[in-house]
Design a protein around this ligand. Structure first.
Ligand code: PHE
Length: 438
């Protein structure tokens, strides 16, 4: 199949925007703060940053290299680059991870959609802070409402993916992502001047290593994979639509920098507000949905601000959900020869069905999230690293890295991290957590 039939980005900028759109999502604004809150704050953040640099960056580079060198979906990429052996299995695990993650991702995006519509229709005005708090509990204790919002979000995702490699999404990202950043900066100003800002900041930024356990180290690693969309082939797929002229080093660093700054920014906004309103930082998945509306309530134009914020959050979630569904669809289109429209609806429909148990039971939700982010993604990333570092012919990997005309800046550092640091770190953390190293 030639690259024209598969579609491609308009160029490096298009790729950076789409990949950043995949990376920046609920993972940054919803998942990062509550995982950091539950994992002990400052020490967690430090481990997270270490995981991003030493594991995330090299694996992100290798996914893009593998995708760009083979111009295939994750399963096809392994097959094309390895010839024989069980390597395509890694691609299959990725497709399954796409199913699992998007199933509950759609539920959370549905919450955001519900907040957006409630705020936009004026439903927040006149609420007091107790009512605002119980709004989240009411929503999450109603399976029907959650499933309905989740369905709506999934239909939006399917509609975009079924249309193909999208001029629309690229163009919308150019406007809406900077708007999200700007909005977070405004909220930052508000948060930093709130009453107990310092207390919140010291929880978020001051490392207290006595709070750090292997469980929270694993959570930090899982969060790095989740937030950078790694370990399941989303970046292989997006890399497969990238033209082969220049080095991948710069676009990858840009993506990582954007993703990480949005997550840190979200933490800088949330934790001062958590302290000021005396909320519990380790309260779990409801954190952002409870904290921010409390703040909006105390600002002028509550409904407008809340609608704007949740609108941007829904959009950020959409660009991530698209990449999750795209992995499944690219696989069905390339390997099963389905049409894009058919694959989008069938894949999206099955994923929606798989998400229903997550809407009904928070236990199932938590389980699906942990299996995906703490087992499937690190395991997938581990094998991707091994493959690109040790199995793929060196000249193919090198050419995939630099492109036809690009340079080899950072190449040897990347290769070193990929061969020794990333796989060893991931293996130790995984083994520690299943108790094999005790
Ligand atoms: N990175 C996305 C987020 O932070 C989620 C995601 C995970 C997307 C894995 C694709 C693959 O919201």
């Amino acid at each position: 199949m030639d690259s024209n039939a598969r579609g491609s980005w308009s160029g490096h900028l298009g790729f950076v925007l789409a990949a950043a759109g995949s990376a920046i999502g609920l993972g940054n604004i919803w998942r990062f703060p509550y995982t950091a809150g539950a994992g002990g704050g400052g020490a967690f953040v430090l481990v997270y940053l270490g995981a991003v640099l030493l594991v995330g960056v090299p694996i992100l580079v290798s996914e893009v290299v593998l995708g760009r060198a083979t111009q295939r979906n994750p399963v096809g990429a392994f097959r094309a680059a390895s010839g024989t052996g069980g390597w395509p299995l890694v691609g299959y695990i990725g497709v399954i991870a796409g199913f699992v993650i998007l199933s509950y991702y759609g539920v959370v995006a549905g919450w955001a959609l519900n907040y957006l519509v409630t705020a936009a229709s004026g439903g927040l005005s006149g609420m007091d802070s107790v009512q605002m708090q119980s709004m989240f509990e009411d929503l999450t204790s109603s399976p029907y409402r959650q499933v309905a919002w989740q369905a709506l979000f999934m239909v939006a995702t399917i509609l975009v993916v079924s249309r193909g490699i999208e001029a629309g999404i690229e163009r919308a990202s150019k406007v809406l992502m900077p708007l999200l950043l700007g909005f977070l900066l405004v909220l930052l100003g508000y948060a930093l001047t709130s009453e107990k800002a310092m207390e919140g900041l010291s929880f978020f930024l001051e490392p207290r290593f006595e709070d750090l356990t292997w469980t929270s180290v694993l959570a930090a690693l899982g969060q790095a994979f989740f937030s950078l969309s790694l370990g399941m082939g989303a970046m292989i797929t997006y890399g497969s639509y990238l033209e082969r002229r220049r080095s991948v080093a710069r676009p990858v660093m840009t993506i990582v920098a954007m993703d990480t700054s949005i997550a840190i920014l979200a933490g800088l906004v949330i934790f001062p507000l958590v302290a000021t309103y005396s909320l519990d930082p380790s309260s779990g998945p409801g954190l952002v949905f409870v904290v921010l509306p409390q703040a909006f309530l105390r600002m002028p134009a509550t409904s407008l601000l809340a609608a704007l914020f949740f609108g941007l959050l829904v959009f950020a979630a959409l660009t991530s959900a698209i990449s999750l569904l795209e992995v499944v669809v690219a696989f069905a289109v390339d390997e099963l020869r389905w049409t894009r429209g058919f694959a989008s609806w069938v894949g999206g429909g099955l994923i929606f069905a798989l998400g229903v148990p997550s809407a009904v039971s928070s236990g199932f939700f938590g389980w699906a999230d942990r299996v995906a982010s703490e087992v499937m993604l690190p395991a997938g990333g581990f094998f991707i690293a091994l493959f690109v570092a040790w199995v793929m012919p060196v000249d193919v990997a090198k050419e995939g890295y630099r492109g036809r005309e690009g340079g080899l800046r950072w190449y040897s550092q990347w290769r070193f991290c990929l061969r020794y640091v990333a796989p060893v770190a991931v293996a130790i953390i995984l083994l520690q957590n299943i108790g094999l190293l005790d």
